[in-house]
Design a binder for this molecule. Structure first.
Ligand SMILES: *[C@@H]1O[C@H](CO)[C@@H](O)[C@H](O)[C@H]1NC(C)=O
Length: 76
């Protein structure tokens, strides 16, 4: 029993065309990172009256990126 090449290619294309992007967009915070970084910076300025350090911003951004998929897994 074999799967023809066109069928295999169609399966692969369908796998990569729908759910993959949806899952990627839902789990990786790439696109809104500038807005989120500005928000973190603004909050930091309101709280501490000084702009956030780049290292702290990277640390908070990394923590957010880890927390988001974890929350998605735990929330299911
Ligand atoms: C945070 O905002 C201040 C004021 O707008 C800006 O000068 C500073 O460069 C910003 N810091 C970062 C890391 O974006």
């Amino acid at each position: 029993m074999g799967v023809s090449t066109p069928t295999a290619l169609l399966s692969l294309a369908l796998c990569l065309s729908g759910g993959f992007q949806q899952g990627y967009v839902a789990s990786v915070l790439n696109q809104p990172y500038i807005a989120v970084e500005e928000y973190i910076n603004t909050s930091w300025i309101e709280r501490f009256d000084t702009p956030i350090d780049r290292d702290w911003l990277n640390l908070i951004w990394s923590a957010l990126n880890i927390a988001y998929p974890l929350a998605t897994i735990l929330g299911q």
